[in-house]
Structures are given as structure tokens and as C-alpha cells.
Design a protein around this ligand. Structure first.
Ligand code: FMN
Length: 275
């Protein structure tokens, strides 16, 4: 069992790196880990490891990154959630090994990375991450963090609900609370946290909350990627606390409007009596 819950609490985006290559044995073990990651949507996510120098790659918001990982997926429904889930798992693993990562979906020369990743007809490469050893954030990184309010999150009573979208969720179970907090602090594009959870009939229903359309052909729906990341955080905490957690796609029809879109539901129960 990996202990990613700790990495999940400690993580923050890293855009400034030490001028130091990644230990080759660490790269190898990450590659092996990447090839085994499963996601609840059963959609294959291909990870391509790219040496920055060898492929002449760079990105404007990053400094000194020696390596990148690109995530590639077929253009299929739930492909974005699968990338969100699987790539976040890989990034948490990298963080747990002392590396820094940051989701990059916009601030890069996309064609250069797509070419290096060798994407084929019918595939897309929604995001990449640099990997390397974290350094003190450069000035432009600190400015960027301030700009998107990267150290803040929406309060839980505006994100998590009971029965409908009007009653905030109050929870006694410490493991569920930890899982919800892990969702709240999950990274999201421009830190929008575009997800909401409603618990109903013992299930945690994940919705996308969005005030505008974030779909593009090259990326897919960026906020569905965010939803996949949120699901990864929720399930990682549950499983690492000995809870069983299954994802099903079965719309409870609680509410659907211009802003809210149903994504998936989590069913969870205690695995053992005396945890
Ligand atoms: C799907 C996705 C795409 C992102 N794209 C970019 C990007 O293009 N450039 C960038 O600097 N940060 C990007 N980010 C990082 C977010 O800005 C960052 O996660 C958020 O501000 C919260 O900060 P934290 O990760 O340090 O908690 C992206 C994050 C996600 C989840």
C-alpha cells in the first residue's frame, strides 16, 4: 500500500527546481509505478517521460526542470476524469519520493509537447508536469501563486452538501472528514475548485460546478480533469484508512442545471469492524 495521503497533505505546485538531474533509479521506479496505475473508469492513460534537454522542451512558468511527464488518453467520454485520477496518483507518488510537480494544461507550447509525446490520431495530451527537485520559488512563481490565490480554498460548507444542494454536510466520521478535506485542498486549474459533493442515500455524488465552458479539442474539459483529481484525493484517503471505496456512474438526479453536471458517485464502507 502506498502512503500517498501524507503527500496529498504536503503537496503544493512546484514551478522552480534545483539544477540537478533526477536520480535515474527514481525515474525508473516512477516509470514502473506509472505503468501499473489503474483508474476507476477503466480508460487507459499513457504516460510519456521526456528529458527536457533531449527533446528541447521548456515552459514559460517553469525554471530549471530537468524532466517532464506527459499524460495521453483517447478522446472518449470520461477520458478527462481518468487523466485527472491517474496523473494525480502519479504526481502524489513523485511528491512522496521528494520530487516537485505541477499540473500544466495551459502555460506551455502545446504542439512541442504533443510532438515529443507522439500523440496519435484519436488521442489527446491534456496536461504535462515537470519533475525535479524543488527549489525556493522564483519571484514570478510567488506572484503567480498570489494571482490565483493558490494558498486558499473555498470553505467546506460551500462545497459539500447533505441530501440536496441547500444543506451543508456535517460529518462525525474523522476518516470521511479527512477525505473531504483532501478534496478541498486538491489542485485545480486556476484554483477554481469546480466540484461539489452531495451525500445522499449513503453515496457521495460528485458534480462539476462550472460557470462557463472549459472544453477545447486539445485538452477536453479541463474541469472534468479537476473532478478526476478530486476523486483521486477522496478515494486515496478512504483506501489508505482501510475503507473500501467504489466509483459508480449512476445519476441520482438531485439537480442538473446550467452550472452543475453530474460526474460520478462513491460508495464507501468500513472494511473491518475494529479499525
Ligand atoms: C488541470 C490543471 C491545469 C493546470 N494548468 C496550469 C498551467 O497551465 N500553468 C500553471 O502554472 N499552473 C497550472 N495549474 C496549477 C494550478 O494553478 C494550482 O494547482 C492551483 O493554483 C492550486 O495551487 P497548489 O497546486 O499549489 O495547491 C493547473 C492545475 C490543474 C489541476
Amino acid at each position: 500500500m502506498d502512503h500517498l495521503s501524507k503527500a496529498l497533505r504536503q503537496r503544493r505546485s512546484v514551478r522552480t527546481f534545483l539544477k540537478k538531474p533526477v536520480d535515474p533509479s527514481l525515474l525508473e521506479s516512477l516509470q514502473a509505478y506509472a505503468s501499473k496505475i489503474q483508474n476507476p473508469f477503466g480508460i487507459e492513460v499513457r504516460f510519456v517521460f521526456l528529458d527536457a534537454k533531449e527533446h528541447h522542451l521548456s515552459a514559460p512558468v517553469l525554471s530549471n526542470e530537468p524532466f517532464y511527464i506527459a499524460a495521453v488518453v483517447n478522446k472518449v467520454p470520461y477520458g478527462e476524469e481518468a487523466v485527472g485520477y491517474a496523473f494525480e496518483k502519479l504526481m502524489l507518488k513523485a511528491v512522496s519520493e521528494g520530487l516537485g510537480t505541477v499540473w500544466i494544461g495551459g502555460t506551455m507550447k502545446r504542439e512541442m509537447f504533443e510532438k515529443a509525446a507522439g500523440i496519435k490520431e484519436g488521442e489527446r495530451m491534456p496536461c504535462i508536469t515537470p519533475i525535479g527537485y524543488p527549489a525556493k520559488p522564483a519571484f514570478r512563481e510567488s506572484m503567480m501563486r498570489k494571482g490565483v490565490g493558490a494558498d486558499k480554498r473555498i470553505s467546506s460548507d460551500e462545497l459539500f452538501f447533505e441530501g440536496s444542494f441547500t444543506v451543508p454536510l456535517t460529518e462525525q466520521d474523522p476518516v470521511i472528514n479527512e477525505a473531504l478535506e483532501a478534496v478541498r485542498w486538491a489542485p485545480s486549474a486556476v484554483n477554481k475548485q469546480p466540484w461539489r459533493i452531495v451525500r445522499k442515500d449513503g453515496r457521495f455524488h460528485f458534480y462539476k460546478y462550472s460557470e462557463k465552458n472549459y472544453f477545447s479539442e486539445a485538452v477536453g474539459d479541463m474541469q472534468r480533469i479537476d473532478a478526476g483529481i478530486a476523486l483521486c484525493h477522496f478515494i486515496t484517503v478512504l483506501e489508505e484508512n482501510g475503507r473500501k471505496a467504489d466509483i459508480i456512474i449512476e445519476d441520482p438526479k438531485i439537480r442538473e442545471d446550467d452550472h452543475l453536471t453530474y460526474i460520478a458517485s462513491v460508495i464507501t464502507e468500513r472494511e473491518t469492524e475494529n479499525e
